[in-house]
Write a new protein. Structure first.
Length: 555
């Protein structure tokens, strides 16, 4: 199958670039994978990569003039096959061929043919570019077939409709048999029985025992189609007494067989095979069968693409709705919390993720907060994250002893968490009036306390395991957050971010950065961490969910 490509067009000139699923960088720097030399193109303008759902995502890398699709500027967008994006004066179109075998017609899926040796002295290959023109009658027949195939909306009906077109009607003659067969790959032996994908008997009545189980197929014709990958015709008109076993009908009458490949997918060849009474216009009918086979293949590809587009639209809609639901669970902090300056940044690696952050004011004036990370990312992690969110809020509504809250949550996860998954969590209670901070760290990255002038220090040590349903007595610890100090909690999407050279960012890098820059507000601290993480990754895509939480004691 051809690899996905990006067709770049500017001023009538085009170029094609093969896309790398791990990421293709587009920009004005010559070292970019796709070099666009234009004044409206940034040095590193955009990236295209394949996400775990199989979609191609175009991501704006903070360019000045942006990426436009459908007349709108986008930051991250799932592209559809044939869709065009615009960067400055350049248009870039995604070209990807979606091809797979069509399933057999349910009425023929269990049927098998019988392949016989036969005297195939009259086998003729159809030559490309023969210069022959179809007669008016054959053109009318071809147009009728095209019109009927255009009405097919279900790929399961495509091959049956093609067989009906070729077997039914007076123009095809009585006692015509049309079938679509699936042949093994070239180089494999031809079995004695082949799979029928669809079949249709002609209009003339035949014996009751006539059917696909009794269909005689010429091995010579099938081998010729497989070898030449082109149309083939055979006839027994010169010696009607010779039993070529071409047909389910009366072998004593002159017969003709026409076969033409429809497609070759996954080392299997689908072949249109017609067995009909002999006619003088055999070569013209061979051209007609070839043309019909091509139309069937064109319709097949159109139906497959239509199905892919429909599936992608449905998936995009479901992911957008899931992202909207999850975003509502992340606190926006639009209202000023008394005595604190708190900011949250959450960016899933995919449309949804497994990071968790929540802030909940309690009736006694304290502020409960939680930052967690479910193992893995994507939909399964997002589902566990939502369960974690609900269980913690429920537990805090009737108990504020943190070790009891985690015991409840751990028991809940024991009943609902898959065995190969776990969650790390920092759960805390902050008293703004005194600066008292009570917390439990369940296997999470050690948080950092940032002082406005003296630097940064770690908050405690990792003494408790992650939440995974195994019983453990979680230990509560305490600290005092002095006025002006900020509690910083991140997930591993920050500290485990990797550079293009494979180096991991690490907590020490983050600590040095904070001490050098000395951000004075929670917003500046969070923005600093997010920007540093993105710059450290460079052109590499985000591999894990990123959450940054900062809580400053405003005293």
């Amino acid at each position: 199958m051809p690899k996905p490509t990006l067709t770049v067009t500017r001023r009538g000139e085009t170029a094609q670039i093969t896309l790398d699923p791990k990421g293709t960088i587009i920009g004005r720097t010559p070292s970019c994978d796709v070099f666009l030399d234009g004044p409206q193109v940034s040095r590193r303008h955009a990236r295209i990569f394949r996400d775990p759902f199989g979609r191609w995502i175009v991501e704006d890398l903070g360019s000045t003039n942006g990426v436009r699709i459908g007349g709108k500027r986008v930051t991250a967008h799932a592209m559809l096959p044939g869709q065009t994006l615009y960067i400055g004066a350049f248009s870039l179109s995604l070209e990807e061929e979606y091809d797979r075998p069509i399933a057999a017609d349910s009425t023929a899926s269990s049927a098998r043919t019988n392949v016989y040796e036969s005297a195939d002295a009259n086998v003729m290959l159809g030559a490309e570019g023969s210069g022959r023109s179809l007669s008016h009658e054959r053109l009318r027949q071809l147009n009728t077939v095209i019109d009927r195939l255009a009405l097919v909306t279900d790929e399961a009906e495509l091959y049956p409709e093609a067989c009906r077109c070729l077997a039914d009607g007076p123009q095809n003659g009585p006692q015509t048999f049309a079938t679509v067969l699936r042949l093994p790959a070239d180089g494999e032996g031809m079995p004695g029985s082949l799979q029928i994908l669809s079949y249709q008997l002609g209009s003339e009545e035949v014996d009751d025992d006539v059917g696909p189980a009794n269909l005689h197929l010429s091995r010579g014709v099938l081998e010729a189609v497989r070898l030449s990958e082109g149309p083939v015709m055979a006839a027994n008109a010169e010696d009607s007494e010779q039993d070529l076993q071409l047909t389910v009908f009366d072998n004593r009458r002159p017969r003709s067989v026409f076969a033409s490949p429809i497609t070759n997918v996954a080392s299997k060849m689908d072949v249109l095979y017609i067995d009909s009474p002999f006619g003088a216009d055999g070569e013209e009918k061979l051209d007609l069968v070839r043309a019909i086979a091509r139309e069937v293949d064109s319709a097949r590809k159109g139906l497959l693409l239509s199905n892919v587009l429909a599936e992608r639209h449905a998936l995009d809609g479901e992911l957008d709705r899931a992202r909207a639901i999850q975003s509502k669970l992340t606190p926006k902090l639009t209202d000023k919390l008394p005595g604190v300056d708190a900011v949250v940044h959450y960016e899933p690696a995919m449309w949804v993720g497994g990071d968790y952050c929540d802030i909940l004011p309690l009736s006694d004036g304290r502020l409960a907060f939680a930052v967690g990370d479910v193992s893995g990312n994507g939909l399964h992690a997002a589902l566990v994250m939502m369960s974690l969110h609900a269980s913690i809020r429920t537990a805090l509504s009737f108990c504020t002893e943190l070790w009891k809250v985690l015991a409840h949550v751990n028991e809940h996860l024991d009943q609902h968490l898959p065995q190969d998954m776990f969650a790390t969590l920092v759960l805390g209670l902050f008293e703004p009036s005194t600066g008292h901070l009570e917390y439990v760290n369940a296997g999470h990255i050690v948080p950092t306390i940032v002082h406005p002038s003296s630097g940064a220090r770690p908050l405690g040590e990792p003494r408790n395991p992650p939440l995974c349903g195994i019983h453990h007595d979680y230990k509560t610890e305490s600290e005092v957050l002095e006025p002006g100090e900020t509690l910083l909690v991140v997930t591993d999407g920050v500290v485990e971010a990797k550079s293009a050279e494979g180096e991991e960012m690490g907590m020490s890098f983050l600590t040095r950065l904070v001490e050098e820059r000395k951000p004075q507000t929670s917003r500046r601290l969070v923005d600093l961490v997010v920007e540093a993480t993105s710059e450290f990754r460079g052109h590499l895509p985000q591999q894990d969910d990123v959450t940054v939480f900062a809580l400053r004691n405003d005293g």
